[in-house]
Every structure is written in C-alpha cells, then in structure tokens.
Design a protein around this ligand. Structure first.
Ligand code: PLP
Length: 400
C-alpha cells in the first residue's frame, strides 16, 4: 500500500488536531525509521525526546515482552513486584526521596500542581482556595484544561474556556518579574529549565539559580518540568544541573520509558509529595508493572550506555557543524547537548518548508513556533550519522 492510501484513511476518520509531515512510518531501529514505501530516514525529533534511547531499543523491548508475559496491570488497589524497584532506582539515580507515578506528561504536571496546592494549604498555611502558582511565558506543560489555563499560546486556549484560575504568568528569563509576582499565597513556581515546545529556549546563565533562591527565600516550591529537557537530552541527567540547584520537585515523562510505553512521574522531597493521603489522587494505569519494568530498563540504558555523556559531546559537535553552515536564513543556533534549535530569519518563509525539504533528503525534523527547526535526535546517535545529516542539512539551509 502506498503512503497516500494510509494518509487518505487517516484524514477521513481522524480528528484534525495535528498537521504531520506526510511520512508514514512502519518501523524504527535506533536513530533510523523506515516508511511504508521502504524509504529510510534519520529521526531528528525522537518523538519530542521520548525516544532518547533510540527506537525499539533491544534491551527495553526485551523487558517489555518479558513483563507482558508475566503481568501488565494490577491497579494500585494491589501492590506489584516492579514498582518498589522503580522507586528505589529513581531515588539512587536522582537523589529524590519520594515519587508519584502517572502515565502522560500532562498528568504528571497536574499531579505536581495538586501537590503544590495541597502543600500550600497543609504546610505553608495559605488560606483555603487562595493558592497561587506562578508559571512562565511561552511555557508548555501539556493539553489538559488546567494546564492550558496558564499557556500564553492563544490557540491552545481558544474555545476551551472556562479556564482554571489560580495561575500567574511571568516573563521567562526574568528573575525580577518572579520576585515581584510572589505573594504570601504563592505555593509554587513551575519552570522548564529549557523550553522545548517554546522553541528550544535556553534562559541566560544564572536564571535558574536566581529564581531558585527567590523561591527558597519566600517559601515557594521550585518545580522543574524536565519532561522534555530531562533524562539526558540537555547533556546532563537534568537540565537544572547546569546550575547548582535542587528543585523541590521535578516532573519527568517522555524518555522515562524510552518511548515504549507512557510513563511519567513526579520526584520530590518528602515534605511535598508527603501531603497526599490514600484516596487523594490516583490513576488506574499509574505505576503499573509493565510501565515500571520498562522505565527501570530505560533508565539503566540511559546510564549504562553513557547516553548522557554522548548527548553532551555530540551536541557540541552538532552545534559547531551547524555554525559552520553560514546560511543567511539562520538567525540563531542554540541549545544544550542534543537539544538544538535553529531559529530562522523572518524572511526565510517559515521552518515548515525546510522540514519538508529535509524529509525529501531523508531527515525527519519538525518545526516549532513557525520559525524554529528543532534537532533532537535519539541520544544513541553517532558522529558519522551527524556527518551524514550535516551534508544534507547544509544543502537545505542554503536553499533559496
Ligand atoms: C511534552 C511535554 C509535556 C506533556 O507531556 P504529554 O506526555 O504530551 O502529556 C509537559 N511538559 C513538557 C515540558 C513537555 O515537553
């Protein structure tokens, strides 16, 4: 069957909430994916950093199959033999004390918001229903009604009101704006250490440390949304580690399962997640043994295969090669590790046409924010593969 036939069926029946590139992928292996017509592409999106370990990593797939043969779901009404070890291994890896597992990233962000509000009432002593949470311009935290309520992207909110109150938005990168927005009712500040969907925006050095200290001083929780920037993407386990801080809570998802299963979690100090009592919060699939087994292996792969180090080294290499291209379409090249954004000039005609041209040459990228091309390949990528990609990227960035 030809790609167009798949696309016609999808267009006929599917809700129209995405605008994908017209490549129909059938299988994948490491950094490579294959379409239904047998064409091979280098994946430079890695499912928005959910497949940091590479497509269908053999170790993770093996655990997925083995665990599927044993048991997949118990619900949290009963205990299972995988979840305790996911907690323990997460603690050893990250230093955090307490964990709450969910499935999608948005659910974990919702969980962090609930924890922060409850902490605000139970621990900080904020009067009932007065808790405020501060977020940043250009943020992305997922698509639930509460999360879009603090988005600054009009389209995300348009037609979905009434929205959830209790959020304040301050300029990303501006520590003073945070300080001024804090009141005695502020429970938390939620921030992406590097904004992914926002266009791979890296805040200036010192911003995270300053905002962290402002939060500490005012008894406000500092919550890092590392769903995209975390788990090696930025060249460190967590992007917040570029500055000497320890967030009160960290939200992870995406690569936590190596893209094999939806697994997310909130990591926090005991004082924060300790506010939950039985019945306060939950999820049928959250913490299930299949997801927990997959996540355990995905974390081991990340560490044992030195993917974080590879991200750091090859990220520097990739960016330096991009800088050598010297295209007049390019306004800025930025990022950390293999989390790279190429912002185009306004006259370039938008990033989409460049992504389509890259696809023709066998490289899959997706535009973000109209004029940014994000390069975020699986962290298993090799230097030769970057060289192969750069020959093609150079041609595309220099097209008319
Ligand atoms: C992707 C993402 C989310 C949402 O995750 P979903 O699994 O799509 O719900 C939240 N925060 C950040 C920073 C993300 O990149």
């Amino acid at each position: 069957m030809l790609a167009n036939e798949y696309i016609a069926i999808e267009e006929k029946y599917g809700a129209n909430n995405y605008h994908p590139l017209d490549v129909v992928i059938e299988k994948g292996d490491g950094v490579w994916v294959h379409d239904v017509e047998g064409k091979k592409y280098l994946d430079c999106l890695a499912a928005y950093s959910a497949v940091n370990q590479g497509h269908c990593h053999p170790r993770i797939i093996n655990v997925l199959k083995e665990q599927a043969d044993k048991i997949t779901l118990t619900s949290r009404a009963f205990r299972n033999s995988q979840l305790p070890f996911l907690y323990k291994e997460l603690s050893e890896l990250t230093g955090y004390e307490m964990f709450l597992p969910m499935n999608s990233g948005a659910e974990a962000v919702e969980t962090a918001i609930k924890a922060a509000r409850k902490w605000g009432y139970k621990v900080k002593g904020i009067p009932e229903n007065k808790a405020e949470i501060i977020t940043c311009t250009n943020n992305f935290g997922g698509r639930t009604i509460t999360i879009i309520s603090f988005s600054t992207e009009e389209q995300y909110k348009n037609g979905f009101g009434p929205l959830t109150p209790g959020f304040k938005i301050v300029e990303y990168g501006n520590a003073k704006a945070l300080e001024e927005a804090i009141t005695e009712n502020t429970a938390a500040f939620i921030v992406e250490p590097i904004q992914g969907e926002g266009g791979v925006i890296v805040p200036r050095d010192g911003y995270l440390k300053e905002t962290y200290e402002i939060c500490s001083k005012n008894n406000v929780l500092f919550i890092a949304d590392e769903i995209q920037s975390g788990l090696g993407r930025s060249g460190k386990l967590f992007a917040y580690q570029y500055e000497d801080i320890t967030p009160d809570a960290v939200i992870i998802g995406k690569a936590l399962s190596g893209g094999c299963y939806p697994v997310s979690a909130v990591l926090a100090r005991k004082e924060v997640l300790g506010v939950f009592n039985p019945g306060d919060h939950g999820s049928t699939f959250g913490g299930n043994p299949l997801g927990a087994a997959v996540a355990r292996e995905a974390l081991k792969v990340l560490v044992e295969e030195k993917l974080i180090e590879n991200s750091s080294e090859l990220g520097n290499y990739f960016r330096s090669k991009l800088k050598d291209v010297n295209s007049n379409h390019v306004k800025e090249i930025r990022g950390k590790g293999l989390f790279i954004g190429v912002e185009l000039n306004d006259e370039a005609g938008g990033a989409r046409r460049f992504c389509e041209a890259l696809m023709q040459k066998g490289i899959l990228c997706k535009e973000t924010h109209d004029n940014v091309i994000r390069f975020a390949p699986p962290l298993v990528i090799k230097k030769e593969e970057i060289d192969w990609a750069m020959e093609r990227i150079g041609e595309v960035l220099n097209m008319e």
